[in-house]
Design a protein around this ligand. Structure first.
Ligand code: AMP
Length: 400
């Protein structure tokens, strides 16, 4: 990676402004139900504090759309962080403003201040405000630190005030350790993969993964397609798909993708058998059929024969990237395909990179997470990297 990191700067006595991704799931009692993202930011947080710096943390939380929504406050996260580290963690009453500025200026080395949800302000995303208002907000954020650290890989594909624009007003901008690790895995997978390089692409729709499919054709040796998107491909090949998910407007695109893959010598595997249901529920009647699905039925998982074929391809791989489940794994009747693929990835000693919220939940559900080389904290950001796009939050950082 050609970007500077925390390791490249002297932080003693400095005030560090760090963008983290604290967008963790909360239950109705505002308790954190999965602290993975907070844990993932700890190495950077601890490294900054150990150097004798003070630390201002900022993050978005959920989608308050530029308004203050009390249930989307970062307060529970600040309290939780205070229990994880020995340092004092204070919570700011807002994202910016005179009161916050006073708290920032009063910070002592080793103390932490968590700013309120950056998306409480419309200027964060630049929606519903003028450019001047966004710039004023960004400059105020920038005034809160001597050095900027971006450790929010999950938001690095957004050109928001706290993720990228703030760097226009700060002299020193570096990557945190989580950002560094994510980039190292994903960039080396894309730029210098050990071959065979196999991509497993699933999830609901072709439209969500179109660009990644088009880009992967230029890079991988095989693409295994599963999930709802597989049925647009099967219909494009002339199969009947009943009431399975389908994007009719993308049938030509699906045919183009298959043709491009054939031309490039990239093997594409589509499900040869499918678990179909008479309705979208775990109580549905089900059966396993081939590639043609009768009227009134919907395919909700790849079948055992497909899972076996996908597993055989995965067993040969030296690099695997996986984004999107093979079926509706949230329902036990339709989880076998996704779990089978998960087991196959766990059984190889290849470099395995899992990205995308649903594939990550599936891997966690399988209990095989520790068998994967890298589980990305950023679904959208990891997809954009695989698509070959540069991430605004990374471009903005200082080069080595
Ligand atoms: P995505 O966000 O595009 O990765 O899609 C993930 C979602 O796709 C999960 O919630 C799955 O339940 C859903 N999904 C996977 N396979 C199917 C399918 N065959 N039909 C409908 N939805 C599916």
């Amino acid at each position: 990676m050609n970007k500077k990191t925390i390791r490249d700067v002297d932080l003693k006595g400095k005030r560090v402004l760090m963008r983290v991704d604290f967008n963790v799931p909360l239950n109705d009692s505002l308790e954190i139900t999965d602290d993975t993202r907070i844990q993932a930011a700890l190495p950077s947080i601890n490294a900054v504090l150990a150097q004798g710096a003070s630390l201002v943390l900022m993050s978005h939380f959920d989608r308050p759309k530029g308004k203050v929504v009390p249930s989307m406050s970062l307060k529970p996260v600040a309290t939780y962080l205070g229990k994880l580290i020995p340092n004092e963690v204070k919570m700011a009453p807002a994202t910016v403003g005179p009161e916050v500025t006073a708290m920032v200026e009063a910070l002592k080395p080793g103390q932490v201040l968590v700013l309120e949800n950056t998306r409480f302000q419309p200027q964060e995303e630049g929606k519903g405000c003028t450019n001047e208002e966004q710039m004023a907000f960004t400059q105020e954020l920038a005034s809160y630190g001597d050095v900027y650290v971006n450790d929010a890989f999950g938001s690095a594909h957004r050109a928001h005030a706290s993720t990228a624009l703030v760097c226009d007003f700060m002299d020193t901008c570096v990557a945190g350790f989580l950002m560094e690790k994510e980039l190292e895995y994903l960039i080396s997978a894309v730029e210098a993969p050990k071959r065979p390089f196999v991509a497993i692409i699933g999830g609901a729709k072709v439209s969500g993964k179109l660009e990644v499919l088009q880009s992967l054709i230029k890079k991988v040796d095989a693409i295994l397609i599963g999930g709802g998107m597989a049925y647009t491909f099967l219909k494009a090949q002339g199969h009947t798909i009943g009431k399975s998910l389908c994007e009719d407007e993308l049938l030509d695109t699906a045919r183009e993708i298959l043709a491009a893959a054939q031309k490039a010598g990239v093997k594409i595997l589509l499900p040869t058998d499918n678990v179909i249901a008479d309705n979208f529920s775990n109580d549905a009647n089900t059966q396993t059929v081939g590639q043609d699905i009768a009227d009134g039925w919907m395919a909700l998982d790849i079948g055992p024969e497909s899972t076996k074929a996908y597993a055989a391809e995965i067993a040969k791989a030296k690099t695997v990237v996986w984004n999107g489940p093979m079926g509706c794994f949230e329902m036990s009747k339709f989880a076998a395909g996704t779990m089978g693929v998960c087991q196959a990835v766990a059984d190889t000693d290849c470099v395995s990179i899992i990205g995308g919220g649903d594939s990550v939940s599936a891997v966690n559900q399988s209990g095989l997470a520790d068998k994967m080389s890298h589980i990305s904290t950023g679904g959208g950001a990891s997809l954009e990297l695989l698509e070959g796009k540069a991430l605004p939050g990374v471009i903005a950082l200082d080069d080595k």
